[in-house]
Design a protein around this ligand. Structure first.
Ligand code: HEM
Length: 411
């Protein structure tokens, strides 16, 4: 069916399913995704946060198509952008766009400056320090005797420390910025709370960037400032905004993936044993866990700049699109038996890091963190087990990035 919804959108808005849809099983995408993929792979939905319409794209091939299309924009100031937060309009129009929300050519210029920080070689050089951080945290876990909450003991501090050291943020401030960051990821907070969290973090980073502008250190922000002096692509506010994206994007995501991955492996003991007995399986297992959870499902939001055809559907210029990577990564046309965790499958063509010009710049770092954490944790604490029933765990259904709030474990 060819459908262009603009004309009829208001009359049928009531019938559109509400987004986000809720997971009924912590280990599977919302059930609606499979139905949509089969019956209406490019479909309308109503955003719970503001009642506005959006397109949902649920097939792997279509998600790739949308994210690779130069006729779509990531600019969150465009009227049709499918927001999932309460952002006051005045604040929206005054915010500085971050890399994630920029279009070319600004996006291309800023991303080019950052690429050298995340090459495979640069990330490999971080291995010894990440290993040290992980070992220290596991030493502390062992010394405490257990049970411990794995999120606060390991999953959050490891990527938080790593990103702090990389970009040059003092880790002693972590309680404060982790709180702001968690609020910014929460879809259920009020406009005031969201605004206050962004403002608090920006004030903090503003001071930090000013300090580095005057006295550069050996860190990503200082190197960016130096390069930018030679070849300007950003002003002071752009650099503050970039630092915020790195800090938030660089720890929330990996932290959630660490905790969920440990939980999934503990719940699939045969697959966990296979990984413990053959470390060569770990990279494959990591790709599968990234696919299986696709924690940043609706983070890939876009607006059509022109009329575009996706499958048999016309999306009109100005309309918002959510290219759902959790739906794409559970597309049976690409992944056999997609709702089953299978660490032996070849899952590398998953879209958990997005696709196209905005594909995750930190993916090499995230993979390395996951490899070191999973590998070290199960080697050093082979008897690790859950210390609470699965059905008592609280999952982040309300957050932009999926995860688990606490993960009690013992050994
Ligand atoms: C498991 C961990 C991670 C996941 C699942 C993840 C997921 C994603 C996704 C889906 C996008 C694309 C968004 C879009 O197309 O609109 C993205 C972009 C981005 N990610 Fe990650 N990410 C992870 C870890 C990291 C880390 C460790 C960093 C550290 C710096 C990072 C920094 C970024 C940045 C800066 C972008 C924007 C890139 C651009 O717009 O060009 N991410 N990430």
């Amino acid at each position: 069916m060819t459908q262009s919804a603009e004309g009829t959108r208001d009359e049928v808005a009531e019938q559109h399913p509400a987004f986000p849809m809720v997971r009924t099983c912590p280990f599977a995408p919302p059930q609606e995704y499979a139905k949509l993929r089969e019956t209406e792979p490019v479909s309308r939905a109503t955003l719970k946060v503001n009642g506005k319409p959006t397109w949902l794209v649920t097939k792997h091939e279509h998600v790739k198509e949308v994210l690779g299309d130069a006729r779509v924009s990531s600019n969150l100031k465009l009227p049709g952008y499918p927001h999932q937060f309460h952002i006051p309009e005045e604040m929206l129009q005054s915010v500085r766009l971050m890399l994630l929300s920029m279009d070319p050519p600004h996006h291309t210029d800023q991303r080019r400056m950052l690429i050298p920080e995340f090459t495979a070689r640069r990330v490999r050089e971080m291995r010894p320090r990440i290993q040290e951080i992980v070992d220290e945290r596991i030493d502390a876990m062992l010394a405490s005797g257990g049970p411990v909450d794995l999120v606060t003991a390991l999953a959050l501090p490891v990527p938080s420390l790593v990103i702090c050291e990389l970009i040059g943020v003092p880790y002693e401030d972590h309680n404060q910025f982790e709180e702001w960051s968690a609020l910014m990821m929460n879809r259920d907070i009020s406009q005031e709370e969201y605004g206050a969290a962004v403002a608090g973090l920006d004030r903090y980073l503003d001071q930090l960037v000013t300090t580095k502008e005057n006295a550069p250190g050996d860190d990503l922000i200082s190197r960016f400032i130096e390069k930018n002096r030679a070849e300007p692509v950003a002003d002071h506010t752009d650099i503050v905004t970039m630092a915020r994206l790195m800090l938030v994007g660089g720890h929330e995501t990996s932290a959630n993936m660490i905790a969920l991955g440990v939980l999934a492996l503990l719940e699939h003991p045969e697959q966990l044993d296979a990984v413990k007995n053959d470390a060569a399986l770990l990279p494959r297992a990591i790709e599968e866990l990234l696919r299986f959870f696709s924690i940043s499902d609706s983070g890939t939001a876009r607006v059509a700049l022109e009329d575009i055809e996706v499958g048999t559907t016309t999306i009109r210029a100005g309309e918002g699109i959510l290219a759902l990577n959790n739906a794409a990564n559970h597309d049976e046309a690409v992944f056999h038996d997609p709702d089953t965790l299978d660490i032996r499958r070849e899952a590398r063509n998953h879209l958990a890091f997005g696709y196209g010009i905005h594909q995750c710049i930190g993916q090499n770092l995230a993979r390395l963190e996951l490899e070191i954490v999973y590998g070290t944790l199960f080697r050093r604490i082979p008897g690790l087990r859950l210390a609470a029933p699965l059905d008592e765990l609280q999952f982040k259904d309300d957050a932009m990035v999926y995860g688990v709030y606490e993960l009690p474990v013992t050994w």
